[in-house]
Design a protein around this ligand. Structure first.
Ligand code: GLU
Length: 446
């Protein structure tokens, strides 16, 4: 039954979504995990739940014209895929990166649906973005681009309909320009985006939340092995928002982060990464990670981001982008004695890598569980906006920690209940799917 079920769903998904290989990859993983759930719950099959859950509710593709600093007109392609609203308004980030296409946004929106369900907050799944590259653009160019992007997006979103946020290439600056344009077009000041500035509706801890949440999740994985962060050597790929705040939290808890990367290469500092330098380079100057050596000449820089997984470590946190860690890299990590891997980025490990980790006895935290702290805190930002109140840093951080603990427990219990003890990939997929499926059952065929 399981093979027929998976093949049947994949046949439709692949024929309907041509070359969207990342989307196929994300769907296959979930569908394989939930095969035993469908076997146990024939009512889900009768209601076509899986056939519906793999098809986005709505996909919007639009032209984004803007004028660069030389007076030349540039044209980009924008997307918003509103994937599933069974649990709440569509919720998920916007990614601005040249690699963005509809397949990437579909894979991200699909993953987001189950991730958001796991947080236990009332948010559905969506994702958007554009093939615009903010790298090397002036602030004015980014502003004109964001204004043009929002001039179309605004008619599709709303505080109770669809609430975007940041992702790769979309941080505080972009959220500000997008928010300003939404407010101007609609003449409303509402919680239409999350990740807003602290003085205009943002939530404390939102900036840190994905990285902090990832580390809280790994604390539980380590605890299950009778360990904690003290003395752990940690390799984190990326040097954006997730990697920076994961590094900060690991350092606070007594671990040593020895490597970080960007798309050009990776740095290794065996004495421990000096986070102030990285933040200065990445958050203030928008520079390259190799500039770290100007202040810390005893560190090393290696060209090419792929090599980072050859740095021996106890814990690895892939936090750059999808499919950045393949089967070979996973083999190297296992051979070097790595005991825990958790995904800060969305789907950074290939299916081969995941298999190597699970077979190799490595504790593995999949993205939709391990990096859910960001979107969970977005949901807390939405709550504060609705109440027109702001909670303290301690209050939000406590809630974030509680949510990450609950996600970990749900994954462990769901894996146990369906005979895949210790497999957090299966656990996350099953627990997330069950929440969405039950809500869809209750709401009829819509
Ligand atoms: N882009 C983040 C994610 O992948 C956050 C989304 C949000 O806060 O809506 O979960």
């Amino acid at each position: 039954m399981a093979d027929n079920f998976v093949d049947g769903i994949m046949e439709t998904v692949e024929s309907r979504n041509g070359g969207d290989v990342e989307f196929h990859q994300a769907v296959r993983e979930v569908v394989e995990s939930i095969a035993p759930v469908i076997e146990k719950h024939p009512e889900f099959a009768a209601a076509g739940i899986v056939e519906r859950v793999v098809e986005p509710e709505r996909q919007i593709i639009f032209r984004v014209p803007w004028m660069d600093d030389n007076g030349q007109v540039q044209v980009n392609r924008g997307f918003r895929v509103e994937f599933n609203s069974a649990i709440g308004p569509y919720k998920g980030g916007l990614r601005f990166h040249p690699s963005v296409n509809v397949g990437i946004i579909k894979f991200l929106g699909f993953e987001q649906t189950f991730k958001n369900a796991l947080t236990g907050t009332p948010i559905g799944g969506g994702k958007g973005g554009c093939d615009f590259n903010p790298k090397g653009k002036s602030d004015n160019e980014v502003m004109r681009f964001c204004q043009s992007f929002m001039s179309e997006l605004f008619r599709h979103i709303g505080p109770d309909t669809d609430v975007p946020a940041g992702d790769i290439g979309v941080g505080a600056r972009e959220i500000g320009y997008l928010f300003g344009q939404y407010k101007k077009l609609t003449n409303t000041f509402v919680g239409i985006l999350t990740g807003k500035g602290l003085g205009w509706g943002g939530s404390l801890v939102r900036t840190e939340a994905t990285g902090y949440g990832l580390v809280y999740f790994v604390s539980r994985m380590l605890e299950a092995r009778g360990k904690d962060w003290k003395g752990q050597k940690v390799v984190i790929s990326g040097s954006g928002n997730v990697a920076i705040y994961a590094t900060q939290k690991v350092q606070q808890l007594g671990g040593t982060v020895i490597a970080l990367s960007d798309s050009n290469g990776y740095i290794v500092d065996n004495d421990g990464i000096k986070l102030d330098t990285v933040r200065q380079i990445k958050e203030v100057r928008r520079g390259r990670i190799k500039e770290y050596l100007e202040e810390h000449p005893s560190a090393e820089f290696h060209e090419g981001w792929e090599g980072i997984w050859s740095v021996p470590c106890d814990v690895a946190l892939p936090s750059a982008t999808q499919n950045e860690l393949d089967g070979n890299a996973a083999g190297t990590l296992v051979a070097n004695g790595c005991i825990a891997v958790a995904e800060g980025a969305n789907m950074p490990s290939t299916p081969e890598a995941v298999k190597v980790f699970l077979d190799g006895g490595v504790s593995f935290g999949p993205a939709k569980a391990a990096n859910a702290g960001g979107v969970a805190t977005s949901a807390l930002e939405m709550s504060q906006n609705s109440m027109r109140m702001s909670w303290s840093f301690e209050e939000v951080d406590k809630r974030l920690k509680g949510i990450m603990d609950s996600i970990y427990t749900q994954c462990v219990e769901a894996a146990d209940a369906y005979g895949c003890n210790g497999n957090l990939v299966a656990g996350a997929n099953i627990a997330g799917f069950l929440k969405v499926a039950r809500a869809m059952m209750a709401q009829g065929v819509v």
